[in-house]
Design a protein around this ligand. Sequence first.
Ligand SMILES: Nc1ncnc2c1ncn2[C@@H]1O[C@H](COP(=O)(O)OP(=O)(O)OP(=O)(O)O)[C@@H](O)[C@H]1O
Length: 663
Amino acid sequence: MGSVDGDSEGLQADARRAEVIKWISALIPEYRLPLNSSDEELQELLGDGTALCHITDTLIPGALEGLSGGYASSEQRSGNVKKFLSVVAGMGLPGFSVRDLEEGSMSPVVDCLLALRDNLSPGLVDDNSGDVSKTPPRKKWRVPEADGSLVAGGAAQGKTPSGEDRGNGLPYPKSQQKTPAFNGKKLREIFQLKRGSYADLPAAKISEMMHSNSLDNAPTQSLLTVVNSILDESIERRKGEIPHRVVYLLRKVVQEIERRLCVQAEHIRNQNTIIKTREEKYRSKTKALEILVNGTNEENQMAINLLQVVKEEKSKIEEKRKFSEQNVVRLMKEKENAENMIAGLKEEMEEMHRLHEQQLGQFEVKTKQMEDQLTSKVKEFELHVVQSNRKIEEIETASQLKSQLWNKKENIFQNYMNSQQLNVKGLTVSSRSLKNDMDAFQMKWKDEMSNLGSNLKCLVDAAENYHKVLAENQKLFNEMQELKGNIRVYCRVRPFLPGQDKKLTTVDYVGESGELLISNPLKQGKDAHRMFNFNKVFNSFSSQAEVFSDIQPLIRSVLDGFNVCIFAYGQTGSGKTYTMSGPSMSKKDWGVNYRALNDLFDISLSRRNVFSYEVGVQMVEIYNEQVRDLLSNNIAQKRYPFYTIAMLFFVTFLLFMLLTSEK
Ligand SMILES: Nc1ncnc2c1ncn2[C@@H]1O[C@H](COP(=O)(O)OP(=O)(O)OP(=O)(O)O)[C@@H](O)[C@H]1O
């Protein structure tokens, strides 16, 4: 029987564990486990307490936050499991020890969780009994006995109507905590009432209770017990009404609870302010520490720099030390050399001393000999002196005579020298003035030469530029001529000759742009008027100069190396000779030929410093297919044959007359 009992107990434990697993899976799907999971698997899920905290947080949001605040003891903060256990204990539910969970004895853990489920989420219980229609048991308000924190019977009940979080317990004044002695007698009586007896409370009793301060002094748990009891009673009675006085009592109790919750909320706000102030302080401290760290870094950097400088100094000192060591070695060598030298010098000195003494002996002997010689010579000299004195006297008298003579000569010479010096001075003055004149002349000459050089340079530059500009100008000019057209046709209308009828003109209109309208009165319609277009039409009043002005630019092109041909064409008497040569030799009447020659000479004259031109003339008349040289006086030579080669006509042996000027 014992083993059967054991098996049935095991089955019960499995079923309970499966229930717990099912509940957890329904509550938090991410913790889903197979229903037939073992104790070990459940232990693995719940072991670190995270899942337990998660479950608590889901069921009672904010319950764990309260525990980490000022209402939880230091032991309760140590771990997630302890937090969970503190909440469970606060709700008056059976708990388990941390060790149970650590050692894998899951039975008390399962019991605890099932109790929690029954207490907080009965809706999640899979009720197989079919009593689904039953009203789920109302979640009850309870106050944890250990720390006095208030725990709501459901997640939704953790909030006040204003949305303020009231999930945490209200701290009671010390005088009120777990001291039923403070509860009034009336209230104790009410708390001791059995279920179903609140409705029957006499109004006088309730009123008395309301007027006393028993509600203010009552612990929150007692107040909640009253609320729970009244609500339970109202549920049990179903449609039965709650007496008005009980409702009044209920409202009063609820108001008291709300007041306490408000006080608690205020307290939490104060705590928050304190925490923020502390946070602010910590921030400022952190900043100060950062500044300190920065300062330390700078000092470190300075120390490193100093170390660097010290290293450099050290290396310099090392170098100096090496240098001084080398110096010492060198000085030692020099000392040795000096000592050797001193020894050599000493030897030399001794040798010299010896030689000196020898020479001294020789000198003494020589001195004696010399003294003897000197005394004999002094005697000779004395004799000589006497003779000399005599001679000097003779010479002095002779010299006096000579000096008188020389003085006379000197005076004469002095006079001559003075006159010569005056002459020299005059010469010097004149040579100086000459020299100054020469210098001034040289300076002037130099200035003029330099001016001449700079002018010459300017001239050369100008000439170079002139050539360039001239070339450019010529190019542009000839391009312009080309643009105007290589072949141009001008028309000149001859005026009526004396005696001609002026009314018979056929020229109707002469346009500015070269249009010429000719009318023919003999014809009708379209043929009565004919329009001709030329480069330009000169009317009967156009002067010789006007006609030449349009041809003039081409003459310049000739001197720039271009070939130009100007010829007049027209019937007899139309004015060709008039236009090309002119009616007379007066300058005003000059035709194109004379004006062209005049221009050729003018331009060649203006360019004479740059170019030299030769101008020549040939004059030919072709009349009745006969060529005549108009410049030749020889009548026999006047006629020349045509040679026709490829449609070009060449005239040979023409007289070429070189011209020097237009005259
Ligand atoms: N523009 C003019 N103004 C005034 N008179 C003109 C003009 N043109 C021509 N004449 C005159 O017309 C006459 C004929 O001119 P011109 O001799 O020049 O003609 P031509 O064409 O040379 O004749 P030909 O072919 O026979 O030699 C001349 O008396 C001349 O003075």
